[in-house]
Write a protein that binds this ligand. Sequence first.
Ligand SMILES: Cc1cc2nc3c(=O)[nH]c(=O)nc-3n(C[C@H](O)[C@H](O)[C@H](O)COP(=O)(O)OP(=O)(O)OC[C@H]3O[C@@H](n4cnc5c(N)ncnc54)[C@H](O)[C@@H]3O)c2cc1C
Length: 340
Amino acid sequence: MRDLLVVGGGPAGLATAIHAARAGLDVEVWEPQGPAIDKACGEGLMPGAVSALTALGVDPEGQPLTGIRYLSPAHRAQARFRLGEGRGVRRTTLHTALRGAAEDAGVPLVKRAATNATQTGSHVVVDGVPARYLVAADGLHSRMSRALHLEGRPAANRRFGLRCHVETEPWTSYVEVHWSPTCEAYVTPVSARLVGVALLTSERASFAQQVSAFPELLEKMTGHSTGPVRGAGPLRRTTRCRVAGRVLLVGDASGYVDALTGEGISLALMQARAAVAAVAADRPHDYERDWQRITRRYRLMTTALVSSTRIPAVRRGIVPAAAAMPGVFAAAVNALARPA
Ligand SMILES: Cc1cc2nc3c(=O)[nH]c(=O)nc-3n(C[C@H](O)[C@H](O)[C@H](O)COP(=O)(O)OP(=O)(O)OC[C@H]3O[C@@H](n4cnc5c(N)ncnc54)[C@H](O)[C@@H]3O)c2cc1C
């Protein structure tokens, strides 16, 4: 029987497996997709995510990110990252780098989807396969957390993400967040010839319809080829708890607020390290405390931003306020960018 079965081979699952192998645990990953997995994502690694990847020995190619810029038709505000650069990285590039590090660490990567899990006091059984511990890192629609009755209530306000890539030289080293009355367009340079555009909204309309609300951005996209559109959502996900017996939830499977502040991968990488420390010490419940600490700032700040900007007057005022109070904006950007 293995020490640890990881279900889901996205950033959370692969980082968990690399940490586990390095801690001397006998670990296996199940992931049905691949080899290089793409996903609807803004693809901006915040400085905390870059540091966490460096600590894993993972250094994916990408485009340096120096800060965050908010834009509306009449205003703009920007703040530089104080603690090092972030990086725009294609999901396929990030996945290939993490997968390579897992293989180098000797982790078996099994092409398989998990369907059901049960547990006794001494082990977990996933589709008939026993393991001492299970890390469920199977994303926003986690089947494992549903099987184990760990899901919370669905969110009342459902937001979705749509992203595509534009084949053009990046015009900025900042992650740009353009604000319209109903949607945010999140622009991230990911290579010397490619810029990602992710739209976040609760409206159900096509990418082309939604992006027309951003004339400045549309002008920059016009005349350049665009890649396929991918979608994801609903973005918000709640869970009742992050540890149940010998099962630990890591990454989006453990809970997610919104993509607006670009923290998902950073949090997933920090949670992976904490989950492995708890498993290696045979104290799984330590992870719940660590999860709370790692995610607290993000949960508070992202929930406040997403909820308040549902009010039209607050939404109209967000970029002017950030421009009028550059110190406050810089403090908020850097509070989210630094590791927990
Ligand atoms: C539109 C959008 C923009 C975003 N922008 C950013 C950003 O700029 N920066 C950032 O840091 N984060 C961003 N995020 C968040 C980020 O994408 C996620 O937080 C991150 O992918 C979480 O990693 P994960 O491994 O938990 O989940 P995932 O990346 O979703 O990986 C889960 C894996 O589990 C696998 N799986 C699912 N079911 C099963 C099963 N039954 N058995 C086995 N495997 C299974 C899936 O195939 C998948 O590979 C964004 C998200 C969205 C939707």
